[in-house]
Design a binder for this molecule. Structure first.
Ligand code: G3P
Length: 219
């Protein structure tokens, strides 16, 4: 089995934007040689600087639009994101929902093998997304996002049920889970429940001691 993923969504946290995004990504990079695939999911504004300031850390975009080059204003156009360092993307996050058609059209525009992680609020949405064949589906109950209780504790069944449903819909799709994930025990539980990694934010972005949290997450 390939390395489990620890995907940290920087969102628009001040502690994970601009110069702070670079510092946080550099801290993550120091743990990238452990047995996890570390991914920083940064603002589009920070793709270039974070990519340039980390030595090979995998950097993803928080969103992309199925928009090509041309007369389009204010969209996140995939080719430019890739040029600026995006090596993957999440899509349909609970805080930035899109139509299924958006995901479908975006996938058709992305280069072969470009990782796309579609977020799902529940098993039904995960099944609908799995039919499109994204690289990953991250199941995140919206009510647990930003909270203190990990999805793996509050609702372990949604993780195992999503894994089962996604695998029976499309065995190629890999499942992550997120919402409230804070520590290494949550990561271990996610893996026990069948997920291939976690998607988290505040546990890292709001940490008083980021290195201690990253150490714990990757131990
Ligand atoms: O994208 C990750 C996210 O929505 C979970 O956030 O703060 O609960 O880890 P958090």
């Amino acid at each position: 089995m390939s390395k489990p993923l620890i995907v940290v969504n920087f969102k628009t946290y001040d502690s994970a934007s601009g110069m702070s995004a670079e510092r946080l990504a550099q801290a993550m990079n120091n743990f990238a040689d452990r047995n996890f695939r570390m991914v920083a999911v940064v603002s589009a504004f920070d793709l270039a600087s974070v990519s340039a300031s980390t030595n090979g850390l995998e950097v993803w975009s928080q969103h992309l639009d199925p928009i090509g080059k041309g007369s389009h204003t204010g969209w996140l156009e995939p080719d430019l994101a890739i040029y600026r360092g995006a090596a993957g993307t999440i899509i349909n996050h609970a805080e930035h929902k899109v139509e299924l058609e958006h995901v479908k059209q975006l996938m058709a525009m992305l280069p072969e093998g470009f990782p796309i992680c579609a977020c799902a609020a529940d098993v039904d949405e995960a099944i609908a997304l799995a039919k499109l064949g994204p690289t990953f589906i991250a199941v995140e109950p919206p009510e647990l996002i930003g909270g203190d209780i990990s999805v793996t504790t509050a609702d372990p069944a949604i993780v195992s049920d999503t894994v089962a449903a996604v695998k029976s819909t499309n065995p190629e799709v890999r499942v992550l889970c997120g919402a409230g994930v804070k520590n290494g025990a949550d990561v271990k539980m996610a893996i026990q429940l069948g997920a291939e990694g976690v998607l988290l934010a505040s546990g890292v972005t709001k940490a008083e001691d980021v290195n201690a949290v990253l150490d714990d997450l990757t131990s």
